[in-house]
Write a new protein. Structure first.
Length: 394
């Protein structure tokens, strides 16, 4: 079988494969780029594997960087672009359930593919597009199945994060877990506690943003992986409610998190901290959590919209759309867009104007400015300097 390699990322890298082959070694595109090309999904970068050992790769190309040479990876610099070339290898001794204790370079593509996570990711393609499939990945791709390469228990013991990748791929690709792989997922779920929170979060948010979120959440719940995630040990009921929401794809990470904290009925600030999320994302989710009940009850006034602000409001609106199908996002957005000001900095008067009007710097001046902001947002006063100063003087 052939894969279409006309995508620019492949075309730019094909000369690299040919140069390695010209030196007497094998070289292939491997992993996700091959899978995505076969599924007609966007290609963001390409991975290259070779039978050439790292030192041999460095002899073939003039400009290289030892990015991960101990694990067989050398970056080849070509026309301003870097290509990671990784030697075929086997791995043993995963004492931390994440990284191998020993890496051995080999010449066999099949041996290298055996350490891959799922059959659909164990596909390789030559520079002419010819597919090498040693583990039935093409059949599983056609059947939309996620099957571990070889023994699923071994694959999950090698890298426990693969369990989160499994449920993420279910959601992201709309695939289904093969029976033995699903069973191994449940049997090995406790291993997830050995994985760093940041790595779990990266897979979890991609699950929540997938095209088939419900499928990923179903396996996430049934396998009880959630019990080993921050703040979710007792979150089975909330996750089941999440799973039951319409499978409309979410576009914003903040909306995915906002839905979760809403269903868990837990403070967003502490929850996002447990998941080690960025402060700006946490602030968005907190603001969305504050306004979401009012949006759903149709009680959000102009002041609530103003306090929320645009980024967080967009997050809250997307969350509300899933919680209440038929919710009119556009109407709320139109109201926000019609606000006279979106920030206190846009008020037509400032502290200097009030000092000229006779105010002394201090609490009273701050309170007056705050009242002006509220009055303008409520539409009781125009955001006009003269009108505001007249009101202040009176």
């Amino acid at each position: 079988m052939q894969v279409d390699l006309r995508h620019p990322e492949f075309q730019a890298a094909i000369p690299i494969l040919k140069q390695i082959e010209a030196a007497g070694f094998e070289a292939y595109f491997v992993g996700g780029c091959v899978r995505d090309a076969l599924l007609d999904l966007p290609i963001h970068d390409v991975d290259i594997a070779t039978s050439a050992y790292p030192q041999e790769v460095k002899q073939i190309f003039k400009r290289t960087v030892d990015t991960g040479i101990q694990h067989g990876t050398v970056t080849v610099l070509d026309h301003g672009h870097g290509y990671e070339i990784t030697t075929f290898r086997t791995e043993t001794g995963y004492q931390d359930f994440r990284r191998p204790d020993q890496v051995t370079f080999v010449r066999s593509l099949k041996e290298d593919q055996l350490r891959r996570d799922f059959t659909i990711n164990a596909l390789a393609a030559r520079h002419d597009g010819t597919i090498i499939d040693n583990f039935g990945g093409l059949q599983d791709l056609d059947a939309h199945l996620l099957r571990a390469v070889g023994n699923a228990h071994d694959r999950f013991h090698e890298d426990a994060l693969r369990m989160m990748r499994a449920v993420r791929f279910e959601s992201q690709l709309g695939f289904q877990l093969e029976e033995q792989t699903a069973r191994a997922l449940k049997d090995n779920a406790p291993l997830l506690q050995h994985i760093a929170t940041e790595r779990i979060a990266a897979e979890f948010i991609r699950l929540l943003l997938g095209i088939k979120r419900s499928a990923g959440l179903t396996s996430f719940i049934q396998s009880e992986l959630y019990r080993y995630c921050p703040g979710l040990a007792d979150g089975g009921a909330a996750l089941t409610s999440y799973e039951a929401l319409p499978d409309q794809q979410l576009q914003q990470p903040g909306a995915a998190w906002a839905l979760l904290v809403y269903l868990l009925d837990t403070p967003a600030a502490a929850f996002m901290k447990k998941w080690k999320q960025a402060n700006n994302l946490s602030a968005e989710v907190q603001a969305a959590q504050r306004i979401l009940p009012a949006l759903l009850n149709d009680t959000a006034d102009n002041w609530a919209l103003f306090q929320c602000g645009q980024p967080a409001l967009a997050v809250a609106l997307e969350a509300a759309q899933l919680l209440a199908p038929g919710f009119d996002q556009a109407a709320v957005q139109t109201r926000y867009d019609a606000l006279s000001i979106k920030s206190a900095k846009e008020l037509a008067v400032n502290g200097g104007d009030l000092i000229q009007a006779g105010f002394k710097p201090g609490r009273e001046m701050g309170q007056t400015l705050a009242k002006m902001v509220q009055a303008v947002v409520a539409g009781k006063l125009p955001n006009d300097r003269a009108a505001l100063l007249a009101t202040i003087k009176n």
